[in-house]
Design a protein around this ligand. Structure first.
Ligand SMILES: NC(=O)c1ccc[n+]([C@@H]2O[C@H](COP(=O)([O-])OP(=O)(O)OC[C@H]3O[C@@H](n4cnc5c(N)ncnc54)[C@H](OP(=O)(O)O)[C@@H]3O)[C@@H](O)[C@H]2O)c1
Length: 342
């Protein structure tokens, strides 16, 4: 039976304006970095998550050329679903992809050249069965390619009708200001920045958020649950089904005594608010008016539902924020720090 979206899908979420653009995004976006790849097809639970997300008003799905494994397979699997079930909702969806990290061998398969970004976007569109993406990102800052060239490539993606908007990811405040200026000179809006941000990875608070506010650029925070560390799952042991056990982007060395202590205390605060820790972590990221969306990952429909239920309590008293601040401290988990330190 082909998928039919819930008729109540727009009744629950409050959409947020992306910078000073015309684009509204859902407060929670679903990313396809983990759990949506696979050589043959997308796992069944992941398909269910995409449908469930849309049924609950999540209009934005975030991808990148190399999400998998293997590279490209999250886009390919998403493309199959696009063809079979989602094409009739295309005008209700915001689909993003990115290029910047290694994708194919040789000098044109990564970083920020016009050659790589243009070819990668063409490949992404084919894999996803799309004529255009809504947002195309430069996935990381390239210290060796002139920023003008990356800006030219992003501009070209718009002029050629292959992207509606462009964004940048893991750029420092300084490089964001430069890129914004270069895009403006080319008549293009820098719509959105995608940085990592969570209760235990707060680098954006130093200057990036104020820069985005000043430049009226939207912000979508990735890994707001610190890849699952902002939950109780690692309190007793490393569960067999977890990102750490998958041996992927999360290392068990990150589960330190200090981290566990913070999680216990933050969980108590969340409980008093009537939330789970993942729910409080999402409401907390979204407390900034500049924050357009929290970009989560999920393994199951149950996790996704729990994350979406965070929207029931979005307010923090100043006392709660002070209490949270005692434990919401850096844990040295920002895998993307190198890109944004330029
Ligand atoms: N621009 C970039 O460079 C960049 C980098 C990374 C990610 N991203 C984007 O951001 C998206 C999200 O990243 P992420 O997956 O790291 O985000 P995340 O939301 O911080 O972590 C997702 C993980 O948290 C756990 N989780 C989710 N909901 C839970 C719940 N209710 N209770 C307990 N655990 C829960 C699951 O871990 P288990 O699997 O262990 O159950 C899930 O796989 C990606 O898909 C991608 O689109 C972008």
């Amino acid at each position: 039976m082909p998928y039919k979206a819930s008729t109540k899908r727009y009744q629950k979420l409050t959409y947020r304006r992306c910078g000073n653009s015309g684009l509204l995004l859902p407060p929670i976006t679903l990313g396809l970095w983990h759990n949506f790849g696979g050589k043959k097809s997308m796992p069944n639970e992941s398909k269910k998550m995409l449908f469930r997300a849309f049924d609950r008003g999540v209009t934005h799905f975030d991808l990148a050329n190399n999400y998998g494994p293997p590279y490209g397979s999250a886009e390919t699997n998403f493309g199959q679903l696009m063809k079979s079930d989602l094409s009739k909702y295309r005008d209700e969806l915001i689909i993003s992809t990115k290029a910047g990290y290694d994708m194919w061998p040789g000098p044109y398969g990564e970083w920020g050249s016009k050659k790589y970004l243009t070819a990668s976007l063409d490949q992404s569109l084919k894999r996803m069965n799309l004529e255009y993406v809504d947002i195309f990102y430069s996935h990381r800052f390239d210290p060796l390619t002139p920023l003008e060239e990356t800006a030219d490539a992003l501009t070209h993606s718009i002029r050629s009708g292959k992207a509606l908007y462009v964004g940048i990811s893991s750029y420092s405040s300084k490089q964001t200001i430069k890129m914004n200026k270069l895009l403006k000179e080319r008549g293009v809006r820098c719509l959105i920045h995608q940085p990592s941000y969570s209760m235990i990875n707060r680098w954006v608070e130093k200057d990036l958020l104020s820069t985005l506010k000043k430049l009226e650029i939207g912000c979508i925070a990735f890994s707001p649950l610190a890849q699952g560390m902002l939950s109780g799952k690692y309190l007793k042991t490393i569960p067999k089904i977890s990102r750490i056990s998958d041996n992927s982007s999360l290392d068990k060395k990150m589960i330190t005594k200090n981290y566990l202590l913070k999680i216990k205390e933050l969980t108590k605060i969340a409980k008093k608010r009537g939330q789970s820790l993942p729910q409080m972590a999402l409401s907390w990221v979204l407390r900034h008016p500049t924050m357009t969306s929290a970009l989560i990952g999920a393994r199951t429909v149950k996790q996704l539902d729990e994350c979406l239920d965070s929207q029931k309590n979005m307010n923090f008293s100043s006392k709660e924020l002070r209490q949270i601040n005692k434990y919401a401290r850096e844990e040295n988990i920002n895998l993307w720090a190198k890109s944004s330190s330029n």
